[in-house]
Design a protein around this ligand. Sequence first.
Ligand code: FES
Length: 98
Amino acid sequence: MPDSGAPSPVHQAELRPSGRRFAAPANLPLLQAAAAAGIAMESSCRNGTCRTCLRPLLAGRVHYRIPWPGLLPEEKQSGAWVLPCVAFPLTDVVLGDQ
Ligand code: FES
């Protein structure tokens, strides 16, 4: 998505059950947004292939800028799982703690 120069919306992200929260700018992968807030999430490749960061998406919607992140077709279709290293929030989101 090209950068329009307009400010990017900032959504809210929450981890459950821990209740930890962080600001999740629409133009930043969730993993990076969490790190910016001092919340370390398990990761490895950070490019959407290894699935180390895979966790449940309990609420909200995300999108991917890469054509086929390392989700199984049924995982992608269901919207119930997310790869935070390459997932950009479209709304406020709730993710499962690992
Ligand atoms: S860290 Fe490898 S898929 Fe997210």
